[in-house]
Design a protein around this ligand. Structure first.
Ligand SMILES: C[S@@+](CC[C@H](N)C(=O)[O-])C[C@H]1O[C@@H](n2cnc3c(N)ncnc32)[C@H](O)[C@@H]1O
Length: 277
């Protein structure tokens, strides 16, 4: 499949992420694009992910997300991808009862499925919830909800709705731990990278202040904490060493426009919050 496929066909999404709820047709288009992107990425996901983030950085993020995990916790991992968070949770607590991973893309869930002999629930669903469709999960079911590299996959207007759903499925006293890639430096290269990532992959890399504003919305969650960390993802994409080409092609186009890809600076936001006990 050529990467040109990844452009939004009608340009209809271009402004939708800043404002109101998506129409049904636009949401269908969003789902199709997202699944096409991750179908392609699933072919090289585990090797490329290490190139983007670095093995050590990846392990640190996973362990931070699982910090509050106990042997008796019920764990939900949103945007579970190939299943690293659940795999690590089972390594830490082999008797963990039925962790659940949720993801939109069948091919990513298929990668996760091959890893787990342990009973583990894998749910195909959209985390871009709306007033009609929430997460297909019971109220107050989980003690820990983790989410690594998912929230930037949603249009920014959808973030508060997802937080409401996380609050609903958390047990009182339960905790959310999310790691969210974001932009850091406001310069022309970063701004073009941000726009192209949205247009080609519906990935909404926000600046930290925008992200914090949205993560402070949504009802119910308390004790919200934020920490900004470094990310090597953009510089790895600029080197063009990954098999997944969406980001390296954006970097090539930046060069063609006379911009320096090395100026694209990304970070990660560590966000935690809890449901009052
Ligand atoms: C960057 S990957 C992260 C996967 C995994 N958490 C990790 O860190 O390796 C993003 C994942 O989110 C999934 N995803 C993207 N948009 C989604 C959505 N709206 N709802 C649920 N999952 C989504 C993709 O299929 C992909 O597996």
């Amino acid at each position: 499949m050529g990467m040109g496929f990844f452009y939004w066909s009608a340009g209809s999404m271009r402004d939708t992420h800043t404002g109101e709820v998506m129409s049904k047709a636009v949401k269908t288009e969003y789902v199709q694009l997202k699944q096409a992107v991750y179908r392609e990425y699933s072919r090289s996901y585990d090797e490329d992910r290490k190139r983007f983030v670095g093995g050590q950085g990846l392990a640190e993020r996973v362990d931070w997300a699982l910090g509050p995990l106990t042997q008796r916790a019920r764990l939900l991992d949103l945007g579970c991808g190939s299943g690293d968070v659940i795999a690590r949770a089972l390594e830490l607590h082999p008797d963990l009862v039925a962790p659940v991973g949720l993801d939109l893309t069948p091919e990513m869930l298929a990668l996760a499925r091959t890893r787990f002999t342990h009973s583990c629930g894998l749910v195909q669903a959209n985390a871009h919830v709306d007033s009609v469709a929430g997460l297909p999960l019971q109220d107050r079911k989980f003690n820990l909800v983790t989410s690594l590299n998912l929230i930037h996959e949603l249009p920014r207007a959808a973030i508060p709705g997802l937080l409401d759903e996380v609050h609903r499925v958390l047990n009182p006293g339960g905790q959310l731990q999310a790691v969210i890639p974001c932009m850091v430096a406001e310069n022309p290269s970063s701004m073009v990278f941000q726009r192209m990532s949205w247009e080609r992959g519906a990935m909404d890399f926000l600046f930290p202040s925008e992200l914090k504003d949205l993560l402070n919305q949504g009802t119910g969650l308390t004790d919200r904490k934020f920490k900004l960390g470094p990310s090597s993802a953009a510089s790895a994409a600029a080197k063009g060493e990954t098999r997944f080409k969406l980001f390296s092609q954006i970097m090539d186009e930046l060069r063609e426009q006379g911009l320096d890809p090395q100026d694209v600076t990304q970070g990660v936001m560590y966000f935690s919050a809890s449901r009052a006990g």
